[in-house]
Design a protein around this ligand. Structure first.
Ligand code: NDP
Length: 256
């Protein structure tokens, strides 16, 4: 359908080499966008490109640590060098906590900074770098990845929760500032999704027995569950949607 057509558009997806990011890259490619995925691990990058290139439109990778400002600048420049423009930025790269989730009473400050830098500051840095490129082409779409922990609390989401809450307000403020430039900025809130990040959690029988009954969809989410919503938020179908939060959680957030 033309309204969701992304032909001629160029996307940068951080953390696009696996999990939710790869599901999002798939959705953008299926609608015709050229996609550059970015992650630290070159082997994962290569494997994802090989898988995603079966879809059709050009897909390539670059090595990027989103906590490194210089690498972020180089990444945006490289996308523009490869494709001549940047229309869509997906700030998806994220992590739990180094060494595992920690209680507020014993999380080391260095871990706090790492989580905030990876999950929140990177989205600010990359959005700021993408902004002039999007202006040049008459508009753009920024999709930030929050979490149900943007809203809910838990004992061990000490830094992760604040980072994911922060990205919601970053989205709204960028949406407000850049609406005049035809740039829409929205946040997707995943629930419990089957990726490398949640492998340990999914092995916790007591946790799963508590959480699964609260998911109306009756199952844990999968990366492909993000393909459609990302394509919508990247396309002109969502031109009047900005500063919005969209939960993709099978109903977990409101389930009792
Ligand atoms: P994965 O662990 O499967 O993927 C994380 C991705 O982020 C990888 O591609 C990884 O690539 C990349 N990444 C991590 N740190 C960096 C960094 N410093 N620089 C560049 N890339 C980085 O996790 P998910 O797919 O589950 O997570 C994707 C997003 O969804 C995250 O923001 C996460 O917080 C969020 N989320 C996930 C939920 C879930 O249930 N899975 C629930 C709620 C939110 P590489 O290792 O190559 O750098």
């Amino acid at each position: 359908m033309q309204r969701f057509d992304l032909k001629g558009k160029v996307a940068l997806v951080t953390g696009g080499n696996g999990g939710i990011g790869q599901g999002i890259a798939r959705g953008l490619l299926e609608c015709g966008a050229a996609v550059v995925i970015a992650g630290r691990n070159e082997e994962k990058n290569k494997a994802a490109v090989s898988e995603l290139s079966k879809i059709g439109p050009p897909v390539s990778a670059l090595v990027l640590d989103v906590t490194n400002e210089g690498q972020c600048r180089a990444a945006v420049e490289e996308v523009v060098r490869r494709h001549g423009r940047l229309d869509i930025l997906v700030n998806n790269a994220g992590m739990g906590a180094p060494g595992g989730p920690a209680l507020p009473d014993d999380m080391p400050l260095v871990s706090w900074h790492k989580v905030i830098d990876t999950n929140l500051t990177s989205a600010f840095v990359l959005s700021q770098l993408a902004y002039p490129e999007m202006k040049k082409v008459g508009g753009g779409k920024i999709i930030n990845i929050g979490s149900i922990s943007s809203y809910m609390g838990a004992p061990r989401w000490t830094a992760y929760g604040p980072a994911k809450a922060g990205i919601v307000q970053l989205s709204k403020n960028c949406a407000s500032a850049w609406g005049k430039d035809n740039i829409q900025v929205n946040t997707i809130w995943p629930g419990l999704i089957d990726t490398a990040m949640t492998k340990t959690l999914q092995g916790d029988k007591a946790f799963m027995a508590r959480v699964l009954p609260r998911i109306a969809a009756g199952r844990v989410g999968a990366p492909h569950d993000f393909a459609g919503v990302a394509a919508f938020l990247a396309s002109r179908a969502s031109d009047y949607v900005t500063g919005a939060d969209i939960t993709v959680d099978g109903g977990l957030l409101w389930g009792v």
